[in-house]
Design a protein around this ligand. Structure first.
Ligand code: HEM
Length: 392
């Protein structure tokens, strides 16, 4: 159970002087995510006095579509989407299924003869960044360099490492961001001259009604995919394994039937969502929620994880039950900003969890609960030590 969220739901619109309006009931969150009076624009957020949240994105790049409202948001998302999942041929994501399986197999084989692993460091962390490299079209030989830049950038977004006197760390993240930006700019230039079968090439050569993206827009979009698709996926896999080890009947069933991973991942996105809270919204008109007027210009926090445990929406919400009939969770958001990477995120987690269930012989948690990252937005263990008797 999440006692804090239960407490929050008792005051559906919670507000303290100077703070955001905190919304934690399922239907209110859902409605607001679809309400055009609620803006995601970075400039509106800064005007509402929230610089902290936009800080990690001070990259010198234009805002990416997660921080834009229509019509700019829709144009950029449509171009990106035409490369991710064009209607007239199998989607890029479907065609990556085999490759994802190979990456997972390689990582599990890499556990070698050890009988204990940290799932975060040895599996969940390296997996999504390798996937994004393949998606964008980063050449294999550059992957280690690419990963070396991404690690400090992602860690730099983590309040654990970002706060305090850790300015050396900030500097490293800043350097890495510059180098990654320069590297990607070079790659974009190559793909513009000589397109290949990869997402970067598609973004710069798109011929749809929206045309192509500019180099700067491609860079902003690539960084967005990296940041939005990294730690979220790490946490989905780690929260997933933790939950399965606490509910071993599902681990056993998954081992027998990998197809069950589809329902397991959906229920995980409800029960232990990696993104707990969407804090980067402001309202651009007065709006009334349950009789409370939220004035224009206010910041709004939408607590997805509290909505996912709302008893008005889900029966027995604190029970992990992949067999439940209806799992319309908020874990991937909703409305125009709902997760762009959803098909990829789902597939990555389905393959990762079913392979871990199949290959690890008698897996056990070494420490329960594991240590968590200090982060109100992204929930997930910092380490997840698992002991097992060998590999199948
Ligand atoms: C948006 C969750 C994986 C790319 C979102 C949002 C959520 C979310 C809740 C909505 C944010 C908002 O309303 O402001 C997750 C979770 C993931 C995941 C839980 C993994 C388990 C990914 C992956 C990618 C990705 C793998 C890319 C490859 C994006 C992008 C957006 C987004 C680009 C912005 C969409 C827009 O503004 O139109 N994600 N995500 N995500 N996600 Fe994901």
């Amino acid at each position: 159970p999440y006692p804090l969220y239960e407490e929050l739901r008792k005051t559906p619109v919670l507000h303290e002087e100077g703070g955001p309006y905190v919304i934690s009931s399922y239907w209110d969150i859902k409605n607001l995510l679809h309400d055009p009076r609620i803006s995601s624009d970075a400039a509106n957020l800064a005007a509402a006095g929230d610089d902290e949240l936009s800080e990690p994105e001070q990259t010198g790049l234009p805002p990416s579509f997660i921080r834009l409202d229509p019509p700019e948001h829709d144009r950029l998302r449509r171009i990106a989407n035409s490369s991710f999942g064009p209607p007239h041929r199998p989607t890029r994501i479907d065609s990556m299924r085999g490759e994802l399986g190979q990456i997972v197999t390689g990582l599990i084989d890499g556990f070698g003869d050890t009988r204990q692993i940290d799932l975060v460091d040895q599996f969940a962390y390296p997996f999504p960044v390798t996937v994004i490299c393949r998606l964008l079209g980063v050449p294999r030989e550059d992957e280690p360099r690419f990963r070396a830049w991404v690690d400090p950038i992602v860690a730099g977004l983590d309040p654990d490492t970002r706060t305090g006197a850790d300015s050396v760390f900030k500097q490293t993240a800043q350097d890495a961001r510059m180098q990654l930006g320069m590297y990607l700019a070079g790659l974009v230039e190559e793909r513009t001259k000589e397109p290949r079968e990869d997402m970067l090439s598609d973004l710069v050569t798109s011929h749809g009604p929206d045309g192509a993206m500019t180099t700067m827009e491609v860079l902003a979009t690539s960084v967005l995919l990296l940041i939005a698709g990294h730690e979220t996926t790490v946490n989905l896999i780690t929260n997933g394994m933790l939950t399965l080890l606490r509910h071993p009947e599902y681990l056993h069933r998954l081992r027998e039937d990998p197809g069950l991973s589809v329902r397991i991942v959906e229920e995980l996105l409800r029960y232990e969502p990696p993104v707990q809270l969407v804090p980067q919204r402001t309202c651009i008109a007065d709006i009334t929620v349950r009789g409370v007027t939220i004035p224009k210009g206010s910041r709004i926090w939408l607590v997805l994880a509290a909505g996912n445990r709302d008893p008005e929406r889900f029966e027995d919400p604190d029970r992990f039950d992949p067999d439940r009939g209806d799992i319309q969770h908020l874990g991937l958001g909703s409305g125009i900003h709902s997760c762009f990477g959803a098909p990829l995120a789902r597939l990555e987690a389905q393959i990762a969890l079913s392979e871990l269930a199949r290959r690890l012989d008698n897996p056990r948690l070494v420490e329960d609960p594991p240590p968590y990252r200090q982060n109100a937005v992204l929930r997930g263990p910092r380490h997840l030590n698992i002991a097992f008797d060998g590999l199948h």
